[in-house]
Design a protein around this ligand. Structure first.
Ligand SMILES: [Zn+2]
Length: 438
């Protein structure tokens, strides 16, 4: 049997089937797809590979899926910290966006974010921002798998001026990437407080027609609930249900403000949740009751949110925070065990995005989106349980190799497709411009 790539690793954690750790195994890759998982000894006898990679102290996991981010905002990292969400948006982020958002800003910010994500083991991200066509182009250039948000918001931007404009650009975006294997587009109305009923109804109709997910911030803060009660006489989730937006296509991000009956109804709807614990903590938005959502059978994925509200795009760190916070919020040490958190960062993200047939686990037939983590460092020794080390102890500097569709995007810690010198120079010139503004 032939393979393009054969990777031998000390541990392989396929995620599907659950709770499984394979020792001294190998993954064979042919034409970007995983063709076999087998003991290394058998692989050495049976498989002739064009390229063999030996990772004797490493764990292979499915590439991490960042289920909610705003990649271009990496250029706003650290620009305005330690203030409440609405003030942060209205006084800092939105004015800066009005002033600076352009195709160039989005290209440079997206590239910076993708470099950071690849270096921290993320292979796929679900984005929401202006000029998603540019982010899509950069994703094709960097090799990352990207789900682009077809953004919709009530106020005008450099991307579009009104609902007609946003939706027109949305459909054009969907068309542009429809034949790409690694980049796709889904609906992304910003939030219940920033999109009114009429455009939301149009999103619902289009999403049903095209059978596409709807990615939206929902129940992020208590303020959002209060404002909705005042303006619409109901909580945002009730309004979304009345507008017909809840259902298996909805990817609701944050969900920190939930009543028991809402959890029950949301579980029955088949909707997904993306938990962004570090963003929620930094903006003091509240706590997503993840253990209750999982117990209710809701698919919960994990995201970093944008680099301006986190302030990193590190899914390893996000897993650790999710595991710790989940236990604290539930008051239960058994809540969110390491294996479940790894599922949230991989297969659950794939399910939310409708990509579970292709990614999210190391399963023959799926795309070879793989992350290798070197557990031989002092910081992760000894290794009784590699999953525990990955979730609770490993840092992103231990990510050594990253493949998307069988192509190495990070090789021994080096980015293969991104010119780091150029990236640093571009970022520096944006820092100069943004600093002059304030
Ligand atoms: Zn967000």
């Amino acid at each position: 049997m032939h393979a393009d790539n054969l990777i031998h690793a000390r541990w392989i954690i396929p995620v599907e089937p659950p709770n499984r750790v394979l020792e001294h195994h190998a993954i064979a890759i042919e034409q970007g797809r995983i063709t076999a998982l087998l003991p290394s000894r058998e692989a050495r006898e049976q498989i002739s590979a064009s390229r063999v990679i030996e990772l004797p102290g490493h764990a292979l996991i499915p590439g991490l899926i960042n289920a909610h981010t705003h990649t271009p905002m990496s250029l706003f990292r650290g620009m305005a910290d330690d203030i409440p969400l609405m003030e942060w948006l209205e006084k800092h982020i939105w004015p800066a966006e009005q002033r600076w958002i352009s195709p160039e800003f989005v290209a440079d910010g997206s590239r910076l974010a993708m470099a950071e994500m690849i270096r921290s083991g993320t292979t796929c991200f679900n984005d929401m921002y202006f000029f998603p066509d540019i982010t899509g182009k950069v994703a094709l250039e960097t090799g990352m798998r990207a789900v682009l948000g077809m953004i919709l918001i009530d106020f005008p931007s450099a991307w579009a001026s009104d609902a007609d404009g946003y939706l027109e650009r949305a459909l054009a975006l969907h068309d542009t990437f429809r034949n790409e294997s690694t980049v796709s587009a889904i609906f992304a109305p910003h939030a219940p407080y920033s999109v009114s009923d009429e455009p939301l109804l149009r999103v619902r109709t289009l999403a049903n027609e095209l059978d596409l997910p709807i990615h939206m911030h929902v129940h992020e803060t208590a303020d959002e609930i209060g404002q909705s009660r005042k303006q619409y006489g109901m909580r945002p989730l009730t309004r979304l249900r009345q507008l017909g937006l809840t259902g298996p296509n909805l990817i609701a991000v944050h969900m920190t403000q939930l009543q028991d009956d809402e959890i029950e109804a949301y579980a029955a709807s088949g909707g997904h949740v993306v938990h962004c614990p570090e963003s929620n903590l930094k903006l003091a938005s509240g706590f997503c009751p993840v253990a209750l959502l999982l117990a209710a059978g809701i698919n919960v994925a994990l995201g970093t949110d944008g680099a301006a509200s986190n302030n990193d795009l590190d899914m390893l760190g996000e897993m650790q925070t999710a595991a710790l916070l989940g236990k604290g919020v539930a008051g239960n040490t058994e809540a969110l065990p390491a294996t479940q958190v790894l599922e949230m960062a991989t297969i659950n993200g794939a399910r939310a995005l409708g990509l579970e047939a292709d990614i999210g686990s190391l399963t023959p037939g799926k795309a070879a989106d793989i992350t290798a983590i070197d557990l031989q460092s002092i910081e992760t020794q000894p290794v009784f349980d590699p999953v525990s080390q990955i979730v609770y102890s490993a840092g992103r500097e231990q990510v050594s190799h990253v493949w998307v569709n069988g192509e190495l995007l990070l090789s021994d810690g080096e980015l293969t497709r991104i010119n780091v010198n150029r990236l640093m120079a571009d970022t520096g010139s944006w820092q100069d411009k943004l600093q002059q503004q304030s």
